[in-house]
Ligand binder design. Structure first.
Ligand code: URA
Length: 224
């Protein structure tokens, strides 16, 4: 079963996804390998979305020898990928290998870590830049952020996306999710499907996922 229902999330269980996530978790994995690992994981997750979420239909195809029946994925041209800057950038690069014709949106939304966690376990979110394509009823929208921690950023992003239209499917894709973020997302957006490779244990006092993989943006971009 490539996608398993786990209450508030759908788990992408492909062995290569789990293997790649383990490499990303390791503190020994340096920047280039980390960034390439996120690209690889994005590609695997894209293929899993195609296999586990999207539909196929049969159609006739003429080969150089004869006519036969083939199968095509429905809606490959109706995919929107939203890059939640900045950690999602390499993750989206991988997703685009699975969905090369996707329309892309970008949102720069970041949490104010200096302000600290508020009483309900979230952070104040600053949105600096938003550029989203129009969303149609045929679209599959994939909002990618490798780390779903408190869920505050993702809820802000989803509010902006919902204003762009009503797609056929709205999916959140994270490499690692914290239970706290899944609860927040589920309460505020019960109709959104969250796909993730791992549901980790908890958030620490700074809002980092434990065991997690550290700061995905800093590790991919070699900043501190
Ligand atoms: N963002 C990250 O990059 N890592 C976390 O653990 C939480 C948020």
């Amino acid at each position: 079963m490539p996608i398993e229902n786990r209450g508030e999330a759908k788990l992408l269980t492909h062995a290569l996804a789990r293997h790649t996530l383990t490499e990303l978790r390791s503190v020994e994995t340096e920047q280039v390998a980390f960034r390439k690992g996120l690209v690889k994981l994005g590609r695997i997750c894209g293929y899993e979305i195609i296999d586990g979420i999207m539909d196929t239909h049969y159609e006739s195809v003429t080969t150089p020898l004869t006519e036969t029946t083939g199968e095509r994925v429905v809606g490959m041209d109706d995919v929107v990928i939203v890059n939640v800057l900045r950690a999602a950038t390499p993750f989206v690069e991988g997703l685009l290998k699975a969905f090369p014709r996707a329309r892309q949106g970008v949102i720069s939304a970041s949490r104010d870590e200096a302000a600290g966690m508020d009483d309900d376990g979230g952070f104040p979110i600053t949105v600096d830049y938003t550029k989203l394509p129009e969303v149609t009823p045929e679209d599959t929208v994939v909002v990618a952020d490798p780390m779903l921690a408190t869920g505050s950023t993702m809820c802000t992003v989803l509010e902006a996306i919902q204003e762009m239209g009503d797609p056929e499917r709205l999916l959140v894709l994270a490499a690692v999710s914290a239970p706290e973020g899944l609860v927040r997302l589920n309460e505020q957006f019960p109709d959104v499907d969250v796909l993730t490779v791992a549901i980790d244990d908890h958030l620490d006092d700074d809002g980092y996922i434990v065991p997690g993989l550290g700061d995905a943006g800093d590790r991919a971009f070699r900043t501190t």
